[in-house]
Write a protein that binds this ligand. Structure first.
Ligand code: ADP
Length: 214
């Protein structure tokens, strides 16, 4: 239980109380919502600082990419809910990788959650696993709002957002892609971004051949 969990608990109890004056309900709901956002922000900052300070070599466990990504897409489906996005997993789904499963999951969750948040209702999200002589490339493609070229080099900076007012709606922290970049670095992998304003974006994670399990 973090300090914020305690605060949120009290806010919810008070907000539900019969004694609560009607005109206080809205501010209480807002305080509760902002506490949730603050919690996400702190979790992301902790994740990022851990990634930055830990030894560079992550756990080299065998990771089944197909089932890891299928799980990520199941969670994203729940997040999308009535917004009705569709999700497809394609490619070499039997690929096994060496890496840190928890970190890899976190990186792909960030990319898929962004694909949902920056796509209109009913958007289509395609995750593809492509093996090649150079290693394995995992891509997350959406047909959403897209990103203008001038922003692309800066997206992995902490707190960088193309449209800060929009991020209030999506509940983002501006730390997601910084986390992705660090996790990929720890796996000797790189992030590539291809995007067209109004058409959609594809985020590619390129892992070297050493990352492939025998
Ligand atoms: P946030 O919490 O704001 O989503 P991120 O670090 O995950 O932070 O992303 C940084 C910014 O990159 C976002 O605010 C958004 O402007 C842009 N972005 C990320 N993913 C996408 C995407 N799939 N489509 C369009 N823009 C995106």
């Amino acid at each position: 239980r973090t300090p914020l969990t305690v605060i949120k608990g009290y806010l919810e109890t008070l907000g539900d109380s019969e004694q609560m004056p009607k005109n206080w309900q809205h501010p209480f709901a807002q305080m509760s919502q902002q506490t949730t956002r603050m919690n996400v922000l702190i979790q992301d900052l902790i994740t990022l600082s851990k990634l930055e300070t830990q030894e560079r070599e992550p756990a080299r466990e065998q990771v089944d990419l197909g089932s890891l990504l299928a799980g990520v897409l199941d969670d994203a489906k729940a997040l999308s809910a009535e917004r009705g996005h569709s999700f497809v997993l394609l490619g070499d789904v039997n690929t096994k990788m060496l890496g840190n499963a928890e970190e890899l999951r976190s990186a792909f969750v960030n990319l898929v959650v962004n694909a949902v948040n920056y796509s209109p209702e009913g958007g289509k999200i395609i995750v593809n696993i492509a093996r090649s002589g150079h290693g394995v490339e995992i891509s997350v493609k959406d047909n959403g709002v897209g990103i203008a070229p001038k922003h692309i080099p800066r997206l992995t900076e902490r707190f960088y957002r193309v449209d800060p007012s929009r991020s209030v709606l999506t509940g983002g922290t501006g730390l997601g892609l910084a986390i992705v970049k660090h996790i990929l670095l720890r796996h000797n992998a790189a992030l590539r971004i291809n995007s067209m304003l109004g058409k959609g974006s594809t985020f590619y994670c390129d892992f070297p051949s050493e990352a492939l399990a025998a």
